[in-house]
Design a protein around this ligand. Structure first.
Ligand code: CA
Ligand code: CA
Length: 381
């Protein structure tokens, strides 16, 4: 209201302040307290005791004069900071944004070009669809067939898992399609492993009974639901039914559980961490090694044998005389013959014949060798 009306009512006029930020304080409760432009909730006594300005009311919108916006930090969302203050504490400043439950949460953002884990406002600015409590690693944006029922004539639509299941429908998996209509497969009868043993049910009834559906077994066989020791590649053991063990890449033993069976120890081998000179060697499982795009030399091979060794002069200088020339050709051919093209095997003295740095000497090294000889002659470059 205007000052005149305030005076008429015996009030104390607060120039420039509005009731929305409740500048009246009072009651001893908490209210907006300004530390510079940073707004937080505190009692008037504490706030003014700390030499700060007490405004009362909420911090949103901030009465502290800071630029309006949210600041996302590892601790969550804060308001009342200027962009540079937010930047100063390692935050991300979002102009004209207020802190809500999800303002700073990262979730899957579904875009035409794929999925990106970002906060909602960034997703909106890219024109994507943001999904709360999701992540790209779970394929949240993946589309698949969504069945309204379990008969061959049930309505099938293409949707994300979240949208499909939010309507109480059954999602068949990312990448599945509606043509031909797959919804009838939900009514196909197969083995279902329950606590009571094996029963033949459709997929939905099996899920309802808390069982594990074994699509690959149309009937209950004597072994279908036998829980046994499942030995995994890394030497560990899990009690599993055969189909689950197979899905884990393990080897199933129907004759006993993990406490009765000793699984073979993990087979480690030499793994060359990169393909460049000076490559580091680690002992690893083949799957772990190759998962990182590294080169697995072979089961049981120890790093102590330095299998990742590389050329000490220059690629193609097979006889190690610091010159790459025609004299290296016969040594190169001998290396190819000695290795037999075996993967992960560099014969002794052939380090400089591995032109493509894959820790083997094979026919795919011939082309690079020819090119190297044509490009330069004489001393090592
Ligand atoms: Ca040479
Ligand atoms: Ca090679």
């Amino acid at each position: 209201m205007a000052k005149g009306f305030c005076d008429l009512q015996g009030g104390a006029f607060q120039n420039g302040a509005f009731c929305g930020s409740n500048p009246c304080g009072g009651g001893g409760g908490e209210g907006a307290c300004c530390a510079g432009t940073f707004c937080y909730q505190d009692t008037q006594e504490n706030c003014e005791g700390a030499g700060r300005d007490f405004f009362g009311g909420p911090c949103e919108p901030s009465p502290c004069g800071g630029t309006s916006g949210a600041c996302c930090t590892a601790e969550g969302c804060g308001s009342g900071l200027t962009p540079s203050e937010c930047d100063g504490i390692g935050g991300l400043f979002l102009p004209n944004t207020s802190c809500t439950a999800t303002t700073c949460d990262v979730g899957a953002c579904c875009l035409e070009e794929g999925c990106q884990d970002v906060i909602q406002s960034v997703c909106n600015s890219m024109g994507g669809t943001w999904i709360v409590d999701s992540s790209c690693i779970d394929d949240a944006c993946g589309i698949g067939a969504c069945c309204a029922g379990a008969t061959p004539t049930s309505e099938c639509s293409m949707d994300t898992r979240l949208n499909c299941e939010s309507f109480g429908r059954t999602f068949l998996g990312v990448g599945t399609v509606c043509s031909p209509n797959p919804c009838g497969v939900l009514s196909v009868i197969a083995a279902c492993c329950t606590l009571e043993g094996c029963v033949e049910l459709n997929q939905i009834d099996c899920a309802v009974s808390g069982g594990t559906f074994v699509a690959s077994s149309p009937n209950c066989g004597p072994q279908t639901c036998v829980v046994g020791a499942c030995c995994l590649e890394d030497g560990s053991c899990l009690d599993q039914i055969p189909s689950d063990c197979e899905n884990l890449g393990g080897s199933h033993n129907a004759s006993g559980l993990c406490f009765e069976i000793s699984c073979p120890p993990a087979v480690l081998g030499a793994c060359c961490v990169d393909l460049e000179p000076g490559a580091t060697c680690i002992q690893a499982l083949q799957s772990d090694c190759e998962a990182g795009g590294r080169v697995y030399i072979g089961d049981g091979i120890s790093c102590a044998s330095s299998p990742c060794r590389t050329c000490s002069t220059c690629d193609g200088d097979v006889d190690n005389n610091n010159a790459r020339d025609g004299q290296d050709v016969s040594a190169f051919v001998e290396c190819i013959i000695a290795s037999g093209g075996a993967p992960g095997f560099v014969p002794a003295g052939c380090d400089c014949a591995d032109m493509n740095h894959d820790f083997s000497v094979a026919m795919d090294d011939v082309g690079p060798m020819v090119n190297a000889l044509l490009d330069t002659t004489g001393d090592c470059p």
